[in-house]
Design a protein around this ligand. Structure first.
Ligand code: ZN
Ligand code: ZN
Length: 384
């Protein structure tokens, strides 16, 4: 949940908004500076080094989920304690992994029936080719210094990439005409980038609606990114509201003390995803009810119901016993409201004959009589 502050300063970058403005940082009793994690990748990479995961077959594919903390202005779908889900694939630098990660993100969004999304991709190069690009960017922006916002003027020299994703209207126009990182890629980054694009086109067989655009203003707000970066967002919000974003971070593990190891991943804010799902009304969570509710009449039946329920649960069947002391009708109503597949009815008559009545609740199938033993009831519920 928290890490040494230094991990984020070195990993995420001390010129980024996250590190400068959004971290909850405090000293512990020993005087060490700790920070509530504002994002997941730096901590995963720290764990990768600490636990020797480079000894496992590469790439190591991981996921994480949990609370993250950012001191941001609270707004719709944005909280200072947020829930993130993310994946990382560490130890393989090939473009196939880039596209595997993008594919997983796209299919996840699709699985929630969120539609009208677009994918934006870019390559921001690596430590070899980026310095020349940053120089070109600084030079370009110096020529427009009076047209950009105050924030941009202040961060131009130390963090020129940040100017590209400034959300202010006057800055976006300047950013649109700025030099493009893809024009500055070295040979290796260029080859990687072309492969990513070819592989992305191959995804269209599976996802005909996969629309992607190359956006040279997409740089992501963290320093550790290299080469491929991407975001998925609702089309209507045009760059204002990312659902899922990620990219490659081939220099991060070395930066925080490991041997050079490539990595790529994405993260998404679950709160943002949930509000998008609600606004689109596309996803209906499956209602998972018990396999059976045991409806019982009389004291003896109540005792028998509890014993049967224990046996069925031990056999892997999901069972509820209807609340005691209610009429048969009320217990049936309860079974229906629990969304159960079956009701098993036990009354005096059933106890006498040794057979209960199994009544399907989800379809019009016939009620059947079953011997009151765990084995037979379990078999009947499993459809055999
Ligand atoms: Zn600006
Ligand atoms: Zn390069």
């Amino acid at each position: 949940m928290f890490e040494p502050t230094d991990l984020f300063e070195r990993g995420v970058g001390d010129a980024t908004d996250i590190v400068q403005k959004e971290m909850y940082t405090f000293e512990d009793h020993g005087g060490d500076s700790l920070t509530l994690r504002p994002e997941g990748t730096a901590g995963v990479c720290r764990a990768y080094i600490e636990h020797g995961l480079h000894n496992q077959p590469q790439p190591v594919r991981m996921y994480y989920t949990g609370p993250y903390f950012r001191y941001e202005r609270p707004q719709a779908g944005r909280f200072r304690q947020l829930r993130q889900f993310g994946i990382e694939a560490i130890g393989d630098g090939s473009p196939n992994v880039d596209v595997e990660v993008i594919e997983l993100g796209w299919s996840y969004i699709r699985s929630l029936n969120i539609t009208g999304t677009t994918l934006r991709v870019n390559s921001i190069g690596d430590s070899e080719c980026r310095p020349a690009y940053l120089d070109a960017l600084r030079e370009y922006y110096r020529g427009h210094i009076d047209e950009v916002c105050d924030d941009d003027r202040q961060r131009l020299e130390r963090a020129p990439l940040r100017l590209l994703d400034c959300k202010k209207t006057q800055c976006q126009r300047i950013g649109d005409a700025a030099p493009k990182s893809t024009d500055f890629l070295c040979d290796d980054c260029e080859a990687h980038w072309i492969s990513v694009i070819v592989l992305l086109d191959g995804l269209k067989d599976t996802y005909p609606d996969l629309v992607y655009s190359i956006d040279h203003r997409l740089v992501r707000g963290l320093d550790y990114y290299t080469r491929t970066v991407f975001e998925i967002e609702p089309e209507r919000t045009a760059g204002q509201s990312t659902l899922l974003g990620g990219g490659r971070y081939d220099g991060l593990i070395e930066e925080i003390g490991g041997v050079p190891t490539p990595g790529i991943g994405f993260a998404l804010g679950l709160d943002r995803i949930i509000s998008e799902v609600k606004s689109q009304k596309g996803f209906v969570p499956p209602e998972i009810g018990p396999d059976v509710v045991i409806v019982h009449l009389g004291d003896e039946a109540r005792l028998r119901a509890s014993a049967l329920a224990a046996g069925l649960r031990d056999d892997g069947i999901k069972v509820l016993v209807a609340p005691a002391g209610r009429s048969m009708r009320a217990q049936m109503r309860y079974s229906n409201s629990m969304n159960a597949r079956y009701a098993l009815i036990i009354g005096d008559r059933e106890l006498e004959s040794g057979e209960g009545s199994l009544r399907p609740l989800q379809d019009d199938g016939d009620q059947s009589e079953v011997p009151l033993t765990v084995e037979v009831i379990a078999k009947a519920l499993r459809g055999g």
